[in-house]
Design a protein around this ligand. Structure first.
Ligand code: ZN
Length: 199
């Protein structure tokens, strides 16, 4: 029974001061780093994703000069720019696989990305016999939601580490957590340095 941690899109453009910075993003970056310091050893895989868009064009309608912040967004996470890099508060030393997604198209789920070796996330999970997946990162109401729903659809037991996620808006984040719980995800508090439940 092996376990994976997904760290979704903890990037400069999604934390305070970024093109699409969410409130609490920096705190999530630091919180995940503290969590990893105590718990990294429990995971067979630690997969971190980055939204990684093209600088040219609108990435399949994802970028828009007058975004609705639901289906269209201001320019963000252009590959190779500072905005696309991990937030400096996130310690990536324990990350085993880096996934990039969104090259030329919208991609909310980490499953839409590929590792630096070109592997899909589902291949990676199969190869390591992953049964349980814990999910942290940004944004609760978009990429965390989509990644967790995909993980459930792929037959995994999913826990959302609710103190290690941050969302675009409170209502849609609350709705996303309720939807995920309904779909079968467990909502768990990662806590400070103490052992996680069931570990
Ligand atoms: Zn994007």
């Amino acid at each position: 029974m092996s376990k994976a941690l997904f760290i979704v899109d903890v990037q400069n453009d999604f934390t305070e001061g970024g093109a699409l910075g969410v409130e609490g993003g920096d705190a999530v970056a630091h919180g995940i780093s503290r969590y990893l310091a105590a718990h990294a050893g429990e995971y067979a895989l630690i997969v971190a994703s980055r939204d990684w868009h093209h600088g040219e064009g609108d990435n399949g309608g994802h970028f828009h000069p007058e975004p609705d912040f639901v289906d269209t967004w201001p320019v963000h996470c252009v590959g190779g720019t500072t905005g696309a890099e991990y937030d400096p508060g996130l310690d990536t030393a324990a990350v085993t696989h880096h996934v990039k997604k969104g090259q030329g198209k919208p991609a909310y789920s980490l499953f839409e990305g590929r590792t630096d070796d070109g592997e899909s996330v589902s291949e990676l999970l199969e190869a390591h016999g992953v049964v349980d997946i814990d999910v942290a990162g940004i944004a609760t109401d978009y990429c965390v939601r989509a990644s967790a729903l995909d993980a459930i659809e792929h037959g995994r037991h999913v826990r959302i580490l609710t103190d290690l996620v941050a969302g675009v808006a409170k209502d849609s984040s609350d709705a996303a957590l309720a939807e995920l719980a309904h779909a079968g995800a467990e909502l768990a508090v990662a806590g400070g340095g103490e052992a996680s439940p069931g570990a």
